[in-house]
Design a protein around this ligand. Sequence first.
Ligand code: HEC
Ligand code: HEC
Length: 225
Amino acid sequence: MKTLTCALIGLLAASTVRGAGAPADPPDARQELREVLRQTPSLAHGAELFRNCVPCHGTDGNGLPQGDVPAIAQQHQRVIAKQLIDYRHAERWDPLMEEVVARHGLSSARDIADVAAYVAAQRRDGARAGTGDGRQVETGARLYSRDCAGCHGADGEGNGVTLVPRLAGQHYKYVLRQLHDTLEQRRPNMPPPHPQLFDPLQVNELTGLADYLARLQPPRRVLTP
Ligand code: HEC
Ligand code: HEC
Protein backbone atom coordinates (compact mmCIF):
# COMPACT_ATOMS: atom_id res chain seq x y z
CA MET A 1 0.00 0.00 0.00
CA LYS A 2 2.79 2.33 1.00
CA THR A 3 4.59 1.59 -2.26
CA LEU A 4 1.41 2.29 -4.17
CA THR A 5 0.93 5.65 -2.42
CA CYS A 6 4.54 6.57 -3.15
CA ALA A 7 4.12 5.59 -6.77
CA LEU A 8 0.99 7.74 -7.02
CA ILE A 9 2.72 10.72 -5.45
CA GLY A 10 5.62 10.15 -7.83
CA LEU A 11 3.26 10.15 -10.77
CA LEU A 12 1.55 13.33 -9.63
CA ALA A 13 4.90 15.03 -9.15
CA ALA A 14 6.05 13.89 -12.57
CA SER A 15 2.94 15.28 -14.22
CA THR A 16 3.41 18.62 -12.46
CA VAL A 17 7.02 18.77 -13.63
CA ARG A 18 5.98 17.81 -17.14
CA GLY A 19 3.49 20.69 -17.18
CA ALA A 20 6.22 23.11 -16.13
CA GLY A 21 7.57 23.42 -19.69
CA ALA A 22 4.19 24.63 -20.94
CA PRO A 23 2.85 28.15 -20.39
CA ALA A 24 1.53 28.81 -16.90
CA ASP A 25 -1.78 27.13 -16.24
CA PRO A 26 -2.28 25.80 -19.79
CA PRO A 27 -5.85 25.53 -20.97
CA ASP A 28 -6.73 22.04 -22.12
CA ALA A 29 -5.74 20.96 -25.60
CA ARG A 30 -9.17 21.41 -27.16
CA GLN A 31 -9.62 24.88 -25.84
CA GLU A 32 -6.14 25.79 -27.04
CA LEU A 33 -6.96 24.47 -30.51
CA ARG A 34 -10.18 26.50 -30.64
CA GLU A 35 -8.17 29.58 -29.73
CA VAL A 36 -5.60 28.86 -32.48
CA LEU A 37 -8.34 28.37 -35.07
CA ARG A 38 -9.83 31.76 -34.22
CA GLN A 39 -6.62 33.60 -35.22
CA THR A 40 -6.02 35.32 -38.54
CA PRO A 41 -2.54 34.00 -39.34
CA SER A 42 0.43 36.07 -40.48
CA LEU A 43 2.49 34.19 -43.07
CA ALA A 44 5.42 36.58 -42.60
CA HIS A 45 5.64 35.80 -38.89
CA GLY A 46 5.07 32.11 -39.70
CA ALA A 47 8.09 32.19 -42.02
CA GLU A 48 10.22 33.61 -39.21
CA LEU A 49 9.10 30.90 -36.79
CA PHE A 50 9.62 28.23 -39.45
CA ARG A 51 13.39 28.89 -39.28
CA ASN A 52 13.32 26.82 -36.10
CA CYS A 53 11.89 23.86 -38.00
CA VAL A 54 14.35 23.89 -40.93
CA PRO A 55 17.20 21.95 -39.23
CA CYS A 56 14.98 18.87 -39.06
CA HIS A 57 12.09 19.30 -41.54
CA GLY A 58 14.24 20.92 -44.27
CA THR A 59 14.07 24.32 -45.96
CA ASP A 60 10.73 23.53 -47.63
CA GLY A 61 9.21 21.27 -44.95
CA ASN A 62 9.55 18.06 -46.97
CA GLY A 63 11.24 16.10 -44.17
CA LEU A 64 13.67 13.25 -44.68
CA PRO A 65 13.15 10.28 -47.05
CA GLN A 66 14.67 7.93 -44.45
CA GLY A 67 11.44 8.59 -42.57
CA ASP A 68 12.74 9.87 -39.24
CA VAL A 69 11.27 13.31 -39.88
CA PRO A 70 7.89 13.63 -41.63
CA ALA A 71 6.99 15.92 -44.50
CA ILE A 72 4.86 18.69 -43.05
CA ALA A 73 4.64 20.88 -46.20
CA GLN A 74 1.08 21.14 -47.54
CA GLN A 75 -0.40 19.44 -44.52
CA HIS A 76 -3.70 21.09 -43.58
CA GLN A 77 -3.12 24.09 -41.35
CA ARG A 78 -5.62 22.89 -38.75
CA VAL A 79 -4.03 19.43 -38.64
CA ILE A 80 -0.57 20.93 -38.06
CA ALA A 81 -1.94 23.14 -35.29
CA LYS A 82 -3.63 20.18 -33.61
CA GLN A 83 -0.47 18.06 -33.72
CA LEU A 84 1.66 20.85 -32.23
CA ILE A 85 -0.83 21.28 -29.40
CA ASP A 86 -1.04 17.51 -28.86
CA TYR A 87 2.75 17.28 -28.40
CA ARG A 88 2.50 19.97 -25.78
CA HIS A 89 -0.27 18.21 -23.90
CA ALA A 90 1.28 14.73 -24.04
CA GLU A 91 -1.49 13.59 -26.38
CA ARG A 92 1.33 12.66 -28.73
CA TRP A 93 4.79 11.59 -27.65
CA ASP A 94 8.08 12.53 -29.23
CA PRO A 95 11.03 13.95 -27.26
CA LEU A 96 12.19 16.18 -30.14
CA MET A 97 8.79 17.71 -30.86
CA GLU A 98 7.95 18.06 -27.17
CA GLU A 99 11.11 20.13 -26.85
CA VAL A 100 10.19 22.19 -29.94
CA VAL A 101 6.74 23.13 -28.65
CA ALA A 102 8.11 23.97 -25.22
CA ARG A 103 10.71 26.37 -26.68
CA HIS A 104 11.09 28.40 -29.86
CA GLY A 105 8.40 30.90 -28.96
CA LEU A 106 5.57 28.59 -29.93
CA SER A 107 3.74 29.29 -26.72
CA SER A 108 0.93 31.54 -27.94
CA ALA A 109 -2.09 30.58 -30.04
CA ARG A 110 -0.97 33.26 -32.49
CA ASP A 111 2.46 31.63 -33.00
CA ILE A 112 0.99 28.20 -33.63
CA ALA A 113 -1.56 29.61 -36.10
CA ASP A 114 1.17 31.54 -37.96
CA VAL A 115 3.71 28.73 -38.30
CA ALA A 116 0.97 26.21 -39.21
CA ALA A 117 -0.37 28.51 -41.95
CA TYR A 118 3.13 29.00 -43.37
CA VAL A 119 3.90 25.26 -43.41
CA ALA A 120 0.50 24.45 -44.96
CA ALA A 121 1.26 26.84 -47.83
CA GLN A 122 4.54 25.07 -48.79
CA ARG A 123 4.41 22.53 -51.59
CA ARG A 124 4.78 18.83 -50.79
CA ASP A 125 7.10 17.20 -53.29
CA GLY A 126 5.78 13.67 -53.69
CA ALA A 127 8.74 12.73 -55.87
CA ARG A 128 11.01 13.08 -52.84
CA ALA A 129 9.01 10.82 -50.54
CA GLY A 130 10.93 7.79 -49.31
CA THR A 131 9.14 4.63 -50.49
CA GLY A 132 9.18 0.89 -49.73
CA ASP A 133 10.20 -1.89 -52.12
CA GLY A 134 6.97 -1.65 -54.12
CA ARG A 135 5.99 -5.30 -53.75
CA GLN A 136 2.92 -4.71 -51.59
CA VAL A 137 1.57 -1.57 -53.23
CA GLU A 138 -1.48 -3.30 -54.74
CA THR A 139 -2.37 -4.87 -51.41
CA GLY A 140 -2.03 -1.42 -49.84
CA ALA A 141 -4.21 0.20 -52.50
CA ARG A 142 -6.98 -2.34 -51.97
CA LEU A 143 -6.95 -1.96 -48.18
CA TYR A 144 -6.74 1.80 -48.41
CA SER A 145 -9.85 2.14 -50.55
CA ARG A 146 -11.72 -0.34 -48.34
CA ASP A 147 -10.76 0.97 -44.87
CA CYS A 148 -9.25 4.45 -45.08
CA ALA A 149 -10.40 6.44 -48.11
CA GLY A 150 -13.76 7.22 -46.48
CA CYS A 151 -11.98 9.58 -44.06
CA HIS A 152 -8.56 10.31 -45.61
CA GLY A 153 -10.01 10.87 -49.12
CA ALA A 154 -9.69 8.91 -52.37
CA ASP A 155 -6.33 10.57 -53.11
CA GLY A 156 -5.05 10.67 -49.53
CA GLU A 157 -5.79 14.38 -49.45
CA GLY A 158 -7.30 14.44 -45.95
CA ASN A 159 -9.69 17.10 -44.75
CA GLY A 160 -8.67 20.16 -42.77
CA VAL A 161 -12.20 20.87 -41.57
CA THR A 162 -12.57 17.46 -39.90
CA LEU A 163 -8.88 17.44 -38.82
CA VAL A 164 -8.04 14.39 -40.95
CA PRO A 165 -4.39 14.49 -42.08
CA ARG A 166 -3.25 14.44 -45.68
CA LEU A 167 -1.29 11.20 -46.16
CA ALA A 168 -0.39 11.40 -49.88
CA GLY A 169 3.35 11.72 -50.48
CA GLN A 170 4.29 11.11 -46.83
CA HIS A 171 7.51 9.16 -46.25
CA TYR A 172 7.02 5.39 -46.15
CA LYS A 173 9.01 4.74 -42.99
CA TYR A 174 7.32 7.55 -41.10
CA VAL A 175 3.84 6.25 -41.98
CA LEU A 176 4.83 2.68 -41.12
CA ARG A 177 6.13 3.89 -37.76
CA GLN A 178 2.80 5.62 -37.04
CA LEU A 179 0.92 2.38 -37.80
CA HIS A 180 3.15 0.41 -35.42
CA ASP A 181 3.12 3.17 -32.78
CA THR A 182 -0.69 3.02 -32.86
CA LEU A 183 -0.74 -0.74 -32.50
CA GLU A 184 1.76 -0.63 -29.65
CA GLN A 185 -0.07 2.25 -27.93
CA ARG A 186 2.69 4.79 -28.38
CA ARG A 187 0.47 7.33 -30.13
CA PRO A 188 -2.34 8.33 -27.77
CA ASN A 189 -3.99 10.77 -30.18
CA MET A 190 -4.75 8.16 -32.88
CA PRO A 191 -8.51 7.87 -32.54
CA PRO A 192 -10.63 4.79 -33.08
CA PRO A 193 -11.09 3.09 -35.50
CA HIS A 194 -7.29 3.00 -36.18
CA PRO A 195 -6.21 0.33 -33.68
CA GLN A 196 -9.19 -1.84 -34.63
CA LEU A 197 -8.44 -1.47 -38.35
CA PHE A 198 -4.70 -2.13 -38.02
CA ASP A 199 -4.92 -4.98 -35.54
CA PRO A 200 -6.00 -7.79 -37.91
CA LEU A 201 -3.49 -6.76 -40.63
CA GLN A 202 -0.42 -8.82 -41.53
CA VAL A 203 3.03 -7.23 -41.77
CA ASN A 204 2.87 -7.17 -45.59
CA GLU A 205 -0.49 -5.36 -45.43
CA LEU A 206 0.88 -2.67 -43.12
CA THR A 207 3.94 -2.14 -45.34
CA GLY A 208 1.62 -2.12 -48.37
CA LEU A 209 -0.51 0.66 -46.89
CA ALA A 210 2.56 2.79 -46.04
CA ASP A 211 4.17 2.20 -49.45
CA TYR A 212 0.95 2.97 -51.32
CA LEU A 213 0.50 6.25 -49.41
CA ALA A 214 4.12 7.32 -49.98
CA ARG A 215 3.60 6.88 -53.73
CA LEU A 216 0.29 8.76 -53.92
CA GLN A 217 0.94 12.13 -55.50
CA PRO A 218 -0.24 15.08 -53.45
CA PRO A 219 -2.41 17.55 -55.40
CA ARG A 220 -0.40 20.19 -57.23
CA ARG A 221 -2.60 22.94 -55.90
CA VAL A 222 -2.04 23.92 -52.28
CA LEU A 223 -5.45 23.50 -50.70
CA THR A 224 -6.83 25.25 -47.67
CA PRO A 225 -7.71 24.93 -44.89
C1 HEC B 1 14.90 18.53 -33.66
C2 HEC B 1 14.19 18.15 -34.86
C3 HEC B 1 12.85 18.81 -35.12
C4 HEC B 1 12.56 20.17 -35.13
C5 HEC B 1 13.50 21.33 -34.84
C6 HEC B 1 11.17 20.27 -35.50
N1 HEC B 1 10.62 19.03 -35.70
FE1 HEC B 1 8.67 18.60 -36.14
N2 HEC B 1 9.06 16.64 -36.05
C7 HEC B 1 10.29 16.07 -35.79
C8 HEC B 1 10.15 14.63 -35.70
C9 HEC B 1 11.26 13.63 -35.43
C10 HEC B 1 8.78 14.35 -35.90
C11 HEC B 1 8.10 12.98 -35.86
C12 HEC B 1 7.67 12.74 -34.43
C13 HEC B 1 6.73 11.60 -34.21
O1 HEC B 1 6.98 10.51 -34.72
O2 HEC B 1 5.71 11.81 -33.51
C14 HEC B 1 8.13 15.63 -36.11
C15 HEC B 1 6.76 15.78 -36.31
C16 HEC B 1 6.13 16.98 -36.56
C17 HEC B 1 4.73 17.13 -36.86
C18 HEC B 1 3.70 16.01 -36.98
C19 HEC B 1 3.60 15.62 -38.44
C20 HEC B 1 2.46 14.74 -38.78
O3 HEC B 1 2.39 14.30 -39.93
O4 HEC B 1 1.60 14.48 -37.91
C21 HEC B 1 4.49 18.46 -37.06
C22 HEC B 1 3.17 19.13 -37.42
C23 HEC B 1 5.75 19.14 -36.87
N3 HEC B 1 6.73 18.21 -36.57
C24 HEC B 1 5.92 20.50 -36.99
C25 HEC B 1 7.10 21.18 -36.68
C26 HEC B 1 7.23 22.61 -36.68
C27 HEC B 1 6.13 23.58 -37.09
C28 HEC B 1 8.51 22.88 -36.27
C29 HEC B 1 9.16 24.24 -36.06
C30 HEC B 1 8.46 25.16 -35.20
C31 HEC B 1 9.18 21.61 -36.03
N4 HEC B 1 8.28 20.60 -36.28
C32 HEC B 1 10.49 21.47 -35.60
C33 HEC B 1 11.49 16.75 -35.63
C34 HEC B 1 11.62 18.11 -35.49
C1 HEC C 1 -13.11 7.60 -39.15
C2 HEC C 1 -12.11 8.31 -39.94
C3 HEC C 1 -10.78 7.64 -40.20
C4 HEC C 1 -10.54 6.38 -40.75
C5 HEC C 1 -11.55 5.35 -41.23
C6 HEC C 1 -9.10 6.27 -40.86
N1 HEC C 1 -8.50 7.40 -40.36
FE1 HEC C 1 -6.50 7.70 -40.18
N2 HEC C 1 -6.83 9.47 -39.19
C7 HEC C 1 -8.08 10.02 -38.95
C8 HEC C 1 -7.90 11.19 -38.12
C9 HEC C 1 -9.01 12.10 -37.62
C10 HEC C 1 -6.51 11.32 -37.87
C11 HEC C 1 -5.81 12.40 -37.04
C12 HEC C 1 -5.56 11.91 -35.64
C13 HEC C 1 -4.83 12.95 -34.82
O1 HEC C 1 -5.39 13.99 -34.54
O2 HEC C 1 -3.66 12.74 -34.55
C14 HEC C 1 -5.86 10.21 -38.57
C15 HEC C 1 -4.49 10.00 -38.57
C16 HEC C 1 -3.86 9.02 -39.31
C17 HEC C 1 -2.41 8.88 -39.46
C18 HEC C 1 -1.34 9.79 -38.86
C19 HEC C 1 -0.91 10.79 -39.90
C20 HEC C 1 0.33 11.56 -39.55
O3 HEC C 1 0.64 12.47 -40.31
O4 HEC C 1 1.00 11.26 -38.56
C21 HEC C 1 -2.20 7.80 -40.26
C22 HEC C 1 -0.84 7.26 -40.72
C23 HEC C 1 -3.49 7.25 -40.59
N3 HEC C 1 -4.49 8.00 -40.00
C24 HEC C 1 -3.67 6.13 -41.39
C25 HEC C 1 -4.91 5.54 -41.62
C26 HEC C 1 -5.07 4.30 -42.35
C27 HEC C 1 -3.94 3.53 -42.99
C28 HEC C 1 -6.40 4.01 -42.34
C29 HEC C 1 -7.10 2.81 -42.92
C30 HEC C 1 -6.59 1.50 -42.53
C31 HEC C 1 -7.08 5.09 -41.60
N4 HEC C 1 -6.15 5.99 -41.18
C32 HEC C 1 -8.45 5.17 -41.38
C33 HEC C 1 -9.28 9.52 -39.39
C34 HEC C 1 -9.49 8.26 -39.95
